[in-house]
Design a binder for this molecule. Structure first.
Ligand code: ADP
Length: 407
């Protein structure tokens, strides 16, 4: 059987999977794993091979260290990337800028173009590049494909994609709303018409990708018409460590009054803000524990998070005019029952009849958490970005082989 190795190299983690691109959305991959807490005093590598879980706890200074050790563990179990047939390596890349509206075969030139985009995604593109470089060095004879998080939002209407700032400046510096988490919003939104029994070309929906990073998207008939992230992944919802939308004047204020440098403000807003900046933690399981212990900072952080989420849900309902479904996905969206309930609390007059009992059901399958007669259906749909990336990487990988670039 042929597999695609999918790498999702994040700011402090690397998720990896060996995926059969022909598997169904809910099938388990051959191998899945997670490198966690890169750069922390103690990290962990977890590899799951056909039901067996191998876990090692060790300091992981860099992404390269984590990935090499993960490949080593896979090899020890006979499923390393050199032990089984791997037809392509699919890399999740956060920022594709204006250049990349489609997945790309990674050559040196593409790698340096991704590097050039680091200023637009300072939290993620460097980590993505680390993953690409280590993997290309370890697996030079396999096509590597970059799948960009921005691609799904490339065709947004100008009124949503462009900012109300000076046109010449915006045009010269490619300032526009790119949007992120596109692979996930696309993958999840494509399943919703089937769950609704509706024609995909007549389905209007809101998707909420709530992980450590978080974004909302408004999608009409398969096409994104608005999204909460912008030029960078800093915009929109309050997130694990990012502020989400703030008054841009705050930046001028911090420069003038606090004497902060641009890098300091960048770090403040990207890494030390959001839920973490308010409560000290960015993991929702910890936040929940703190709330249970009546920690006031945690409670405030949670309320700001929910308030911001409700603002976007409301504005996208108006942007779409008619909404058939609202769907939660990613770590928080799939697991945190209270976030789902509180973000849609008391919206019956807008046609959202939330089903509290259904919301408490734990499952890996897509499921409805509104009442069956709710005009706006609410779903939880586990995202599978790895499968989506594997499918895209397979297409590009096959083209590269047909072009004689790989054997
Ligand atoms: P990303 O891909 O953006 O790094 P994920 O989609 O993996 O993030 O989501 C990470 C977030 O999901 C973390 O804040 C984590 O606490 C949260 N999460 C994971 N499992 C649970 C759970 N059981 N309950 C609440 N939150 C959870």
């Amino acid at each position: 059987m042929a597999f695609v190795l999918v790498l999702n190299s994040g700011s402090s983690s690397i998720k990896f999977q060996l995926v059969d691109p022909n598997q169904s959305a809910t099938d388990k991959p051959e191998v899945s794993g997670l490198v966690e807490q890169v750069g922390e005093p103690l990290g962990a590598i977890t590899v799951k091979v056909r039901g067996e879980e191998i876990r090692e706890e060790l300091p992981i200074p860099t992404h390269a260290d984590g990935l090499e050790r993960a490949f080593g563990i896979m090899h020890d179990h006979g499923v390393g990337p050199t032990d089984v047939e791997v037809t392509a390596v699919g890399h999740r890349v956060v920022h594709g800028g204006r250049l990349f509206s489609e997945p790309q075969l990674i050559m040196d030139q593409i790698e340096s173009m991704i590097e050039d985009l680091i200023p637009l995604a300072p939290l993620h593109n460097p980590a993505n590049l680390d993953g690409i470089r280590v993997a290309r060095a370890l697996l030079p004879d396999i096509p590597h494909v970059a799948v960009f998080d921005t691609a799904f939002f490339n065709q947004m209407p100008p009124a949503a994609a462009l900012y109300a700032i000076n046109r010449e400046v915006a045009s010269e510096y490619d300032i526009r709303r790119y949007g992120f988490h596109g692979t996930s919003h696309e993958f999840v939104s494509q399943q919703v018409p089937g769950l609704l029994g509706r024609d995909p070309n007549h389905t209007r929906q809101i998707t909420l990708h709530l992980g450590n990073g978080a974004s909302a998207a408004a999608i009409a008939n398969g096409r994104a018409i608005d999204t909460s992230m912008g030029l960078t992944p800093l915009a929109g919802l309050a997130m694990g460590t990012r502020s989400g939308d703030i008054d841009p004047g705050i930046i001028f204020h911090l420069v003038r009054e606090a004497g902060m440098s641009i890098d300091e403000i960048d770090n403040l807003l990207n890494r030390e803000s959001g839920v973490k900046g308010l409560s000290g933690v960015n993991d929702f399981r910890e936040l929940r524990r703190m709330i249970d212990e009546e920690d006031q900072d945690a409670w405030l952080a949670y309320n700001i998070y929910i308030h911001q989420l409700r603002r976007f849900i409301g504005s996208y309902m108006i942007a779409l005019g008619r909404v058939d479904a609202i769907t939660f996905t990613a770590g928080v969206g799939e697991n945190d029952t209270e976030v789902r309930q509180d973000s849609l609390y008391n919206l019956d007059m807008y046609g959202i009849h939330f089903d509290k009992e259904a919301n408490l059901v734990r499952s890996k399958e897509p499921r409805m958490i509104s009442t069956a007669d709710s005009p706006v259906k609410v779903f939880v749909v586990p995202t599978n970005e790895e499968l989506a990336i594997a499918q895209k990487a397979t297409v590009i990988g096959d083209m590269a082989r047909e072009a004689g670039l790989f054997n």
